[in-house]
Write a protein that binds this ligand. Structure first.
Ligand code: ZN
Length: 137
């Protein structure tokens, strides 16, 4: 059995959500959600639903946001890939047991009240990876 159900979202680090939305709205005809602040990360995020998967725009709200540092170093671009799990605590326990390097050893609360945890890119071929267990509605 896989720990993962599906890709939940792919996050793109952007300087400006409004500007980044233009392609998705004006060209692709998709809708972008209202931006939501994530004060803990000093970011603002917005989502584009595409079938079962979402694109997440992540915009830094201050120069000391981790995403500001990411953009300063690597430019705008894919920031992380998020995988949905039904059991984030179990997934983290499995990863700890297999020596996967974790940024978050315990789940924390992310956008939309989902439980999230980040896996270090060095364990995932250089890609920052998020585990996410959506809030049960
Ligand atoms: Zn994310």
């Amino acid at each position: 059995m896989s720990l993962i159900k599906q890709i939940d979202h792919i996050a793109i680090a952007v300087n400006d959500i409004q500007e980044a939305s233009t392609f998705f709205v004006d060209v692709l005809g998709l809708e972008v959600s209202a931006p939501q602040d994530v004060p803990e990360q000093k970011t603002r995020v917005a989502f584009v639903q595409i079938g079962e998967v979402r694109i997440e725009f992540v915009q830094p709200m201050s120069d000391d946001s981790p995403v500001a540092k990411f953009i300063a170093k690597r430019g705008q671009g894919i920031h992380h890939v998020a995988y949905e799990t039904g059991d984030i605590v179990g997934a983290l326990a499995t990863m700890k047991a297999k020596d996967v390097p974790l940024i978050d050893k315990e789940p924390r609360v992310g956008a939309h009240d989902a439980k999230i945890a980040f896996v270090h890119p060095k364990g995932v071929s250089g890609v920052l990876t998020e585990l996410c267990e959506p809030k049960k509605s």
